[in-house]
Design a protein around this ligand. Structure first.
Ligand code: RUQ
Ligand code: CUA
Length: 665
């Protein structure tokens, strides 16, 4: 109730906000935290956090991992952007991970994440993430916290309603934000031919149960609108997927006005089991496209990238009973399904109420053909026939909803800067708490699964003015932690995040922590340039290509003196970390290399490509403080002019060339 005043002020501001004037700052922004907050987030030094929180990095393209409730940053996992800290996208082995049909793309915009599930519960095996700009879906392996696989999505642009998964991780879906002319059609058409030439596309990516390996099973060709977000059905609604759609006006310019015309847009209900039947019955059309499929192999410690050229497409206009539209007020954004699978919550960005749809009613309406017509060949179910009820006056600008598993939902309100807890059955508001400011996504551990673990809700904010020490024109990106174990939601911590946070996932630490890989077994390393001991190290010249097989162990490289490299050579440093113990990476960097360091995990081999730009002496060293004598872990490589007769020599711990020639040059 204490928020009412700011709420009232806000409603007058809606128009201003839509014009980009910013959002409301709640009253008492400074002192909303109560006395026992510090003890609730305190995790003593040396003690572990109770939850992992995987937070999307927005336009950093990465994923960050925090411990909760302390909000200590544990790791940044490079996914779609190069990461010089870890050599990701710089080492020869990891470069193929960022290959696409457009070539090497070193960046993307990561919005959403979904943890893999078994029977609707988080199983701790993988976490999936979307690339928004150059459409891709990644799978991160949670035994290594490494990106294991990236698949590009054809017929798509702005891969926003992605990656959401089914309750047994049968599929990861990817819905296109921008409708575009299909890849096999001529895209060189007038932009204002949108209605005729632009199509929507939703991809169903199958996930292999044992290995996690992804493949595009089929795509749905859909009307040209913008697909925004989605969630799979669960329990009784397993077999269905729900997608929020906006721009049903099919505008191609000034969408902030032209795509906000209609009173209602849609939630699209997709019967994917039906789609599977059509696929089996041979009703899909094979289309030629081009997309990259990149896989990291933990035995060769190398990624491979293949360009695939075909995709199976099901036309939802021709093939009946796959898709249905449900009218949903005012440009829906979040599309969330409660733990029972019965309630589907649509959050209209410009709406002042929250519609809650009933799966049972939807099924009845479809069976009774209770349609108000069709939209581009897809039946439109009557709003009232699918509606369970509306949450009245919940706040302004609802965006996303998560569930606490106790019959309640919590929704973020961008415009009125608050989170609101409401009961799903009676649609009554139970509590509201201000956020600082303009929250987007929120996350409850397991909050989009059948079994939420609702101790906390974490809210990811878009604006942080006055919240942190200033850092120039751009302020810290931020999240806020609320204790929701009691009836009242209690703000207990602010914490900055890496990049702009969108969706996040959280899970009890025990689901993941015991599966951690501690090091890679050297005897299982099948990298083609591995050295399994110092005895296997060598320098091999083949014309202008020089392969240096080099090892790292506390605290030296072997070899650490190398001569006979010549201008014009292309040099590959294949560094194998011989350590067989936890948490002993070695780094490798060489002066003037036009790339990043390598960071090599124990038992792993990584390669740095180097083309020296002038003759001279080039030091190299280990970048990761690995022992008391880390600072001694260094070496030299001598580069001579092209055509010189400097002999190819390499050694560790002894001088070369032989004594009599020392100092001759
Ligand atoms: S979005 S702030 Cu890109 Cu998920 Cu809703
Ligand atoms: Cu190896 Cu420092």
């Amino acid at each position: 109730m204490k928020n009412i005043r700011s709420f009232v002020i806000c409603s007058g501001l809606v128009t201003a906000i839509l014009l980009g004037a910013g959002s409301c700052k709640p009253k008492n922004a400074g002192n909303a935290v109560s006395g026992d907050a510090a003890s609730k987030v305190y995790v003593a030094p040396g003690k572990y956090d109770e939850f992992y929180n995987f937070v999307s990095g927005g336009f950093s393209g990465q994923m960050s991992v925090y411990g909760l409730p302390s909000a200590r940053l544990l790791r940044v996992i490079p996914v779609f952007s190069v990461d010089p800290e870890k050599g990701y996208g710089y080492s020869e082995e990891s470069k193929p991970m960022l290959n696409t049909s457009h070539g090497f793309v070193p960046w993307d915009d990561l919005h959403h994440e979904d943890l893999s599930q078994t029977n609707g519960e988080i199983d701790g095996r993988w976490i999936f993430a979307n690339a928004n700009n150059t459409p891709r879906v990644a799978r991160v392996d949670l035994t290594t916290f490494h990106t294991a696989e990236i698949i590009e999505i054809p017929n798509s642009a702005g891969n926003h309603s992605s990656p959401f998964i089914t309750e047994n991780t049968e599929y990861v879906v990817a819905g296109t934000r921008f409708s575009v002319p299909p890849d096999n059609a001529d895209g060189d058409v007038a932009i204002n031919s949108y209605k005729k030439n632009f199509k929507g596309s939703i991809s169903f990516i199958s996930v292999d149960k044992a290995t996690g390996s992804m493949a595009i099973a089929f795509q749905l060709r859909c009307p040209g609108v913008n697909f925004d977000l989605s969630h799979a059905g669960k329990g009784k609604s397993n077999g269905w997927f729900f997608f929020s759609c906006y721009n049903t006006e099919q505008a191609n310019t000034l969408l902030e006005v032209n795509a906000s015309q209609r009173d209602k847009d849609f939630i699209m209900a997709v019967n994917w089991k039906k789609a599977e039947e059509y696929l089996k019955a041979g009703k899909a059309v094979k289309e030629s496209v081009k997309y990259a499929h990149n896989v990291y192999n933990e035995k060769t410690h190398s990624a491979t990238s293949e360009i695939r050229t075909e995709v199976m497409v099901l036309d939802t206009k021709e093939l009946k009973d796959i898709c249905y539209f449900i009218p949903c007020p005012k440009s829906p954004h979040g599309c969330d399904v409660d733990p029972t699978g019965e309630y589907i919550v649509g959050s209209g960005k410009l709406a002042a109420l929250i519609p809650v749809f009933s799966f049972d009613k939807l099924m009845k309406a479809i069976a009774a053909k209770d349609f108000i017509g069709d939209y581009d060949g897809i039946p439109v179910v009557k709003y009232e026939s699918a509606l369970y009820g509306e949450v009245k006056k919940p706040g302004l600008g609802p965006l996303h909803t998560e569930f606490d598993g106790k019959g309640n939902a919590i929704t973020t309100f961008f415009v009125s800067s608050e989170i609101v807890k409401w009961n799903i059955k009676d649609l009554k508001i139970l509590d509201r708490a201000p956020t600082y400011y303009s929250p987007g996504h929120l996350c409850i551990p397991g909050g989009d699964t059948k079994k939420p673990n609702a101790k906390y809700v974490i809210v990811y904010n878009k604006i942080t003015k006055d919240r942190y020490l200033p850092t120039g024109p751009e302020l810290a990106q931020s999240a806020q932690l609320f204790d929701i174990s009691g009836d009242k939601m209690q703000l207990i911590l602010d914490f900055p995040t890496i990049g702009e946070p969108h969706y996040a996932q959280a899970v009890a630490a025990d689901v993941i922590r015991n599966n951690s890989v501690k090091f890679y077994k050297l005897e299982e390393n099948t990298h083609p340039f591995v050295s399994k001991g110092e005895g296997e190290t060598k320098v091999v010249r083949k014309d202008k290509r020089v392969d240096i097989y080099i090892t790292a162990i506390r605290s030296h490289f072997a070899p650490d003196n190398i001569e006979g490299i010549k201008m014009g050579d292309e040099v590959y440093w294949h560094v194998t970390n011989l350590e067989q113990d936890w948490d002993v990476p070695h780094g490798f960097a060489i002066k003037g290399a036009l790339t990043a360091e390598l960071l090599i995990m124990p038992g792993e081999t990584q390669t740095l490509k180097w083309t020296p730009e002038k003759p001279g002496m080039y030091p190299f060293y280990c970048t990761d403080f690995c022992s008391a004598l880390h600072q001694e872990m260094q070496g030299y490589v001598r580069v001579s002019p092209m055509g010189s007769n400097t002999a190819l020599l390499f050694s560790t711990g002894k001088n070369m060339p032989p004594k009599d020639s020392i100092g001759t040059k």
